[in-house]
Design a protein around this ligand. Structure first.
Ligand code: MG
Ligand code: ZN
Length: 282
């Protein structure tokens, strides 16, 4: 094994969109969803569950849902990037606020489900009536997870704590690469150590949060704009580590990765972490 754990977000990281929004759009339920959202107690997951009930009552089957999920937009470089990281011996995981059924259906369709050792996401299953049920990862009706940075149904930082503790308990010397785009990816970003890598998506919320709170980020940051840059950044970090150049800033000559996070273009190479004191126009 390469001693590298790669943790992926799913929506707008592996796929090009939000999987819930994609499904609602394709079935013409977006307007209804957002009409009901402010009036629905307990938020997003129960309302998605309700929308699945709506589909079921309209006569839509699980097969219909699967067909829509198979068409979910995904950049052509993402599947090769996942396969390459897996074949180089990295352990791949997903930590996502999407639901398990959507994620697994899309990964299986692209032939990469086996590349991931673990998927942490909102639970979902098909019930005896053939209806998809969706629930929250964290049962926030019973208690709070206690993290004010994260939505009530999932604190990805707590999931990262668990992953890091299990690696420590197994005595495995590993470092992590975290890929994400959204505000829910900020909390786990704070958990990364200085030997780890954080790769936020340019022009998305995580990139803003990282630049505004750069002093709180210990990991080396490399941004990416699309699936092609994700593949480049990911494989560059993996190869650098496997080739014995160490993690984080100890490499020799490395290609420059050009990124911008809404505030213009910055050049980042293997020596220079993300600039620490950026002012970001709001
Ligand atoms: Mg996302
Ligand atoms: Zn959190």
């Amino acid at each position: 094994m390469a001693g590298i754990v790669v943790v992926f977000d799913f929506d707008s990281t592996i796929i090009e969109c939000d999987s819930d929004n994609w499904l609602l759009d394709e079935f013409g339920l977006t307007e209804k969803f957002y009409q009901l959202l402010p009036t629905t107690p307990w938020g997003w997951n129960p309302l998605m569950d309700k929308m699945m009930n709506e589909l079921h009552s309209q006569g839509k089957t699980i097969e219909d849902i699967v067909e829509v999920l198979k068409r979910t937009p995904i950049h052509p470089c993402i599947v090769p990037a996942i396969k390459a990281a897996h074949s180089l011996g990295c352990e791949l995981k997903i930590v996502s606020d999407a639901n398990i059924f959507f994620i697994e259906t899309i990964l299986k369709h692209h032939g990469v489900r086996h590349c991931f050792s673990e998927i942490t996401a909102n639970p979902s299953f098909v019930n005896e009536e053939g209806r998809l049920r969706i629930g929250p990862y964290y049962d926030y009706l019973k208690s709070s997870h206690g993290c004010s940075l994260c939505p009530p149904n999932m604190c990805k930082g707590l999931v990262m704590d668990r992953i890091q503790n299990s690696l420590d308990a197994a005595g495995k010397k590993k470092f992590m690469i975290y890929l994400g785009d959204g505000s829910g990816d900020f909390c786990p970003s704070l958990k990364l150590k200085d030997s780890d890598y954080l790769t936020p998506r340019t022009n998305f919320r995580l990139c803003d949060l990282v630049s505004k709170n750069s002093n709180a980020i210990k990991a080396e940051v490399h941004a990416w704009r699309d699936g092609a840059e994700l593949e480049n950044v990911l494989l560059h970090i993996i190869n650098k580590t496997i080739n014995g150049e160490g993690s984080n800033g100890t490499s020799g000559s490395t290609p420059i990765i050009s990124v911008d996070c809404k505030f213009g273009t910055i050049s980042i190479d293997g020596h220079n972490p993300f600039p620490k004191a950026l002012s970001v126009p709001i």
